[in-house]
Design a protein. Structure first.
Length: 628
């Protein structure tokens, strides 16, 4: 091979699509792309691979790969007036018919909005800034024929969001905060306030008073166009072209940015280097920013105590460092920050603070974000015992004794009755699954259409999916596979599929499991093998609504994970109790007994009353009904 042409390797594909090297290897293994010859791709082969992935494969257009979609969204950012929506659409269409860049268009529109409201003052800072960025010829402003009155909305930010691609917003983790989510946030007029991820400033203009001193307003972001829009929006908000808020390009996550800012005419302010502290910090940080491997390595080295590359954890950690002792912080966050192991260290940090914590569940409140979110509030430092308050229709305090190592899960769905029941269960004399317990994932073929069949072929055997698992048993097989592990994307040690094991639904609102031996399972079903605690008894326990109640209340997850099973308290088995549970398991298989008979024994062991058991079943039923 000509070494001059062999200039590309697998890592180049990894960087091009911002994916893991394991994904590249899986693409090769499953035939999506060819293997490199002697470790290299020629330029022509590399170009063909890139073109194939970008244009012919749906892999990069799925929800998990939205960063490669170039389609634009129409974003109204809370604009409800029909005429105002029509105006925004006309502005977007005018831009699309032009040859201007996004920056030039934003500058032109900002000028026209300020002109329309008599705020384009020649001696103002914003006038100088806009002229420097794009000094179009007199009368040649793209939007000169539009009159855009100030209606205290974010029409300039809506324009910017609308002309950006989904790709840009997905990579940056940038999504709009609806004004209705901000109604509970009250900022005193004298407070020094910071939004460290300000975007177009919509949070500020929806939480500040028009009597606020603009000199006490700090707005940081890494998006220079968004900072420009934020400046314009604050001018409109205060109806004053000469205000001087502190609008700066500043990186809340990385502390090594030194690039100069064309728009702000200054170098990036390193967030960690600023000495300011603030009375109020309010923001919606980026949640799912797409990071390269190099960036992730930097974060792991930069934040060893957090031991995560999750941007929202790091943003919260850094923001707290700038909160004054008597300050208040509001952060919009994914609920995963409260109940996923990746965020355990930021939870540990939060619990170590001498600040009261308030959590307001918001559900799926953000357009384009497929996860539920919460509003986290930290109050001033106190010498008293702190609380975690859940703000719902009726507010209540969480029992902090239930929040413990190693994961420090904060269960915001737990009310007083739930808490009482959980305390009974977790304070009982119990054991947990031993460290010898084995867990395994179901098979990931990489191409189910190719390898999974509904009619059994030659040399094929049954393979079971999550939906084929019922309590205590498997359905009759409906899918079949020729088990050739070498060609599949991911396969557990083969002996684990062929052993006696518990198989359980992986994606589920409740725990559903059965005992099996020998059969294969797909990745919608996972495996547990216990040599210390009888698996028949584990099946009895885990199929109980009592354990689903624990799963729903403690973890509020859609995925049944290894750490959930490891957290569950298990009855200590003396000879009598062991024989009783084993007998119940056999009787349930034979149709003689039911799950309720197991639950009677569990209620007796955990001292759960009849009313509490009814409460458990109602909670489980309501949750399942709500999530159908």
């Amino acid at each position: 091979m000509d070494s001059l042409k062999a200039t590309f390797v697998k890592k180049d594909i990894q960087k091009k699509f911002n994916i893991s090297l394991a994904t590249v290897n899986n693409w090769i293994k499953t035939g999506v792309i060819p293997a490199p010859e002697n470790g290299y791709y020629t330029k022509d082969v590399y170009s063909t691979i890139v073109h194939s992935i970008e244009t012919n494969s749906d892999r990069l257009h799925s929800r998990a790969n939205r960063s490669f979609s170039h389609k634009s969204d129409s974003i109204f950012l809370g604009i409800t007036n029909v005429k105002r929506k029509d105006l925004l659409i006309k502005l977007v269409l005018t831009f699309k018919a032009s040859n201007l860049s996004v920056l030039q268009a934003v500058v032109c529109l900002a000028k026209q909005i300020l002109i329309s409201n008599n705020l384009y003052e020649t001696k103002s800072e914003i006038y100088t800034k806009l002229q420097r960025l794009y000094a179009d010829d007199a009368g040649d402003n793209l939007f000169k024929d539009f009159v855009i009155e100030n209606e205290d909305d974010d029409i300039l930010g809506a324009f910017y969001q609308s002309v950006q691609s989904i790709s840009t917003k997905s990579k940056s983790g940038s999504f709009y905060t609806p004004p209705e989510l901000l109604s509970s946030i009250k900022i005193p007029e004298s407070a020094k306030v910071l939004d460290p991820c300000c975007g177009s400033g919509s949070i500020l203009i929806n939480t500040l008073s028009k009597n606020h001193n603009p000199n006490n307003i700090y707005a940081f972001d890494i998006d220079e166009i968004a900072l420009l829009i934020c400046h314009v929006n604050l001018i409109l908000f205060f109806n004053n072209a000469f205000i001087t808020p502190h609008i700066e390009k500043s990186d809340l996550i990385f502390c090594n940015a030194n690039t100069s800012s064309k728009i702000t005419s200054s170098k990036t302010v390193l967030y960690s280097n600023t000495n300011e502290t603030f009375d109020f910090i309010v923001t919606n940080p980026p949640w799912g920013s797409k990071l390269s491997k190099e960036q992730k390595d930097i974060l792991l080295k930069q934040y060893p105590d957090l031991s995560t590359t999750e941007v929202c954890s790091i943003a919260l950690y850094n923001a707290i460092q700038k909160l004054s002792k008597r300050g208040t912080l509001y952060f919009f966050l994914p609920e995963s920050l409260l109940n996923v192991s990746t965020h355990k260290n930021i939870r540990k940090f939060l619990l170590s603070l001498r600040r009261n914590i308030e959590i307001t569940p918001l559900g799926m409140a953000f357009k384009g974000v497929q996860s539920e979110c919460v509003l986290l509030k930290l109050s001033e430092i106190t010498n008293k015992e702190t609380e975690i308050i859940i703000k719902k229709e009726t507010s209540y305090a969480l029992n902090k004794k239930n929040i413990s190592a190693p994961d420090y899960f904060i269960s915001y769905t737990v009310d007083k009755t739930d808490d009482l029941i959980l305390r009974k269960i977790y304070s009982a004399h119990c054991v947990k699954l031993s460290t010898n317990t084995k867990f395994a994932l179901g098979i990931v073929t990489g191409n189910n259409k190719k390898y999974i069949h509904e009619i059994k072929g030659i040399n094929e055997e049954a393979i079971f999916r999550g939906k084929d698992i019922l309590p205590y048993k498997l359905k009759e097989p409906e899918t079949f596979i020729n088990f050739t592990p070498d060609v599949f994307q991911q396969v557990a040690p083969i002996e684990m599929y062929r052993a006696k094991k518990i198989v359980y639904k992986f994606i589920s609102d409740k725990i559903v499991c059965a005992l099996d031996s020998y059969h294969l399972v797909l990745n919608s079903a996972n495996i547990i093998i216990s040599n210390d605690y009888p698996m028949e008894i584990l099946v009895c326990l885990f199929n109980s609504p009592i354990y689903t109640f624990m799963y729903q209340k403690k973890f509020k997850s859609k995925k049944v994970l290894k750490q959930h099973f490891q957290d569950f308290p298990l009855p200590v088995l003396d000879k009598k109790l062991k024989e009783k549970f084993l007998s119940l398991y056999s009787s349930i298989l034979n149709g003689i007994k039911k799950q309720e008979d197991v639950d009677v024994e569990l209620c007796a062991y955990f001292k759960i009353t009849e009313d509490e058991y009814i409460h458990i079943k109602e909670c489980v039923w309501k949750s399942l009904k709500r999530n159908r």
